[in-house]
Design a protein around this ligand. Structure first.
Ligand code: GUN
Length: 301
């Protein structure tokens, strides 16, 4: 079997088109323009690239978009003051503080200071708790698992995953745990595996849906995969690529793509799979925040 390659770029573009249309509608009907504030501390080049692309995409969607670039030496109090100002600003519906933060900042305290109804990352305890208790109609769901879930549902052609087994490899707060909760909410039978799980290949081989989010390049091999399974690769790892020339590198996921694509029913590539979905879902979350503020039902994706 050769797997269907899941085109994350196309699905992300589809989400952004829907967000653009719903934004225009919201502005026309209620006068509320979705607003997003991104806060970046310090000069980490990778973070700067992410933050710039978030700002560009927000503008493309028709949002009010502000970026606060703070010096790496900013104090905890000063950063919390900024978060509180954004919490109180009616023009802002989504706040994202780019992680990681410098070592002298207490990341947890900053995240918990964000108003839960503006926490478009879905990292606040209130949103984590709502997702865990199935109250997704008022929660914000973290963007990467939300995007992974949309790709899974589109690939399988159904929203209800009753009767299917899912193995999530990785138990991070940002991806593994929320992904498991989303799969459970969709009625899949879910197992979370991690570095202490015995016989990981044997467990993965039982899964109709495999989600890999461990940060280990090409760890999931072709002979681990149940024929016809849906394989979602959340990993982004840069590895040496001597075949491209001396000193060259390439991006790979946590899944050995070439091997798994021979066995799976559908599979996300890296790049071009889950990656483009993250920013698209951030835009969708910000629109959702604005719709809630305006008392309007957010559009279904
Ligand atoms: N840094 C890398 N990914 C993320 C993310 O999804 N949200 C935030 N706030 N920071 C990040």
């Amino acid at each position: 079997m050769t797997a269907q390659i899941i085109d994350g770029k196309a699905v992300a573009e589809d989400v952004v088109e829907q967000v653009k249309a719903a934004t225009a509608d919201l502005v026309a009907k209620s006068g509320v323009k979705p607003g997003i504030a991104v806060v970046i501390v310090g000069e980490d080049p990778a973070s700067q690239v992410y933050v710039r692309s978030k700002g560009r995409k927000a503008t493309e969607c028709g949002f009010h978009s502000v970026t606060h670039t703070m010096d790496a030496s900013i104090s905890q109090d000063h950063l919390l003051t900024l978060v509180n100002q954004l919490n109180a600003d009616p023009a802002i519906h989504g706040i994202l503080v780019q992680l990681p933060l410098p070592d002298h900042i207490d990341e947890g305290e900053v995240i918990q200071a964000i108003a839960p109804d503006k926490d478009v990352d879905g990292f606040h305890f209130i949103n984590v708790g709502k997702l865990g208790t199935g109250q997704t109609d008022t929660a914000f769901v973290p963007c990467t698992p939300a995007g992974s879930m949309l790709l899974t549902k589109r690939a399988l052609g159904r929203d209800d995953l009753s009767g299917l087994t899912a193995v999530v490899v990785g138990r991070s707060n940002i991806v593994g745990k929320p992904m498991a909760n989303l799969l459970l909410a969709a009625n899949a039978t879910v197992t979370i595996a991690h570095s202490r799980t015995p016989d990981l290949p044997g467990l993965v081989a039982t899964a109709d849906i495999v989600v890999a989010a461990v940060g280990r390049p090409q760890m999931v091999r072709g002979d681990w995969i149940k024929p016809g399974a849906c394989v979602i690769d959340v990993g982004i790892n840069r590895i040496d690529a001597p075949e491209k020339g001396e000193g060259k590198t390439r991006l790979v996921g946590d899944v050995h793509f070439e091997e798994c694509a021979q066995v799976a029913g559908s599979i996300t590539p890296v790049p071009g799979g889950v990656g483009p979905m993250t920013i698209a879902m951030l835009m969708a979350n910000t629109l959702t925040g604005a719709c809630r503020a305006a008392g309007v039902e957010p559009p279904p994706l």
